[in-house]
Design a binder for this molecule. Structure first.
Ligand SMILES: [Zn+2]
Length: 258
């Protein structure tokens, strides 16, 4: 039974990943995510159903458009596979529960932000605002016992988390004078709303550490110059997801060190 459900959530994740790809393609260009139907970016040919089967179509067509042979970005495959794997993992971890729904929702939001910031160096407002509204609704109406370590009762905790995330990055943005983007500030607000207080600190610190490590590695390998900006959104997104899943354990471990 469990294998059946796990594969079911894997397939659901692949399909959802396919939709996330549409969002990642279109949101930065200000296009509707519903219209027009999926088409090849090169020849504009409309995709048939057989071209839109997650993972399978990409492999079958060897990453090229059926109609004009233009290569399809490999990212389409990675996002589908990653979303599928994450959904299967979330089912394994949470079972069919409100936690699964909440985690899957945040995973989708953070996958879109991760990829759009990586590819375009911007964080789509629509996604952050939609995420904030739903995070607020979750905080108001759904108890989240899976996020332990809460210091305040109910929604106040998440509101405080949002204010802290937004406030800290706003301060850094002002002090650094443009080193930190406005998009990152709003994203940190969303992350605080999702993780609450005090886990928002875990997410922010982890994002900074991850960003520092990767920036240092790129610099050492001379893949990036000292002056080139590295987007912060992808690191914050990964850190947010890790914090949602393991933040309480990480905080406990850290406090145990002191
Ligand atoms: Zn084409």
């Amino acid at each position: 039974m469990d294998i059946l459900y796990t594969s079911g959530f894997l397939l659901l994740g692949l399909a959802v990943g396919s939709f996330l790809n549409v969002c990642i393609d279109r949101l930065p260009r200000g296009e509707s995510i519903l219209n027009p139907p999926s088409h090849c970016q090169a020849c504009q040919h409309r995709m048939a159903v057989k071209d839109l089967i997650p993972v399978f179509s990409y492999l079958w067509l060897r990453g090229r458009c059926r109609y004009c042979q233009a290569s399809i970005p490999r990212r389409l495959l990675w996002v589908e596979v990653a979303t599928g794997a994450i959904f299967a993992f979330l089912y394994w971890r949470c079972g069919v529960s409100p936690e699964l729904g909440v985690m899957a929702f945040y995973a989708c939001i953070f996958i879109i932000i991760f990829m759009v910031d990586l590819e375009h160096g911007l964080i789509p407002n629509q996604v952050v605002y939609a995420g904030m509204v739903i995070a607020l609704l979750i905080a108001l109406f759904l108890p989240q016992p899976w996020i332990t370590q809460l210091k305040l009762h109910g929604a106040a905790n998440f509101a405080l988390g949002g204010a802290i995330g937004f406030g800290i990055l706003l301060l850094i943005a002002i002090i650094s004078g443009g080193g930190m983007g406005w998009g990152d500030v709003k994203l940190a607000g969303l992350i605080g709303l999702a993780t609450g207080f005090p886990l928002v600190f875990v997410a922010l610190v982890m994002g900074a550490i991850l960003g520092g490590l990767v920036a240092g590695a790129l610099l050492a390998m001379k893949k990036r110059g000292r002056k080139e900006a590295i987007p912060f959104g992808p690191f914050l997104s990964v850190a947010a997801m890790i914090t949602l899943l393991w933040g309480s354990n990480i905080l406990q471990w850290y406090l145990g060190l002191m």
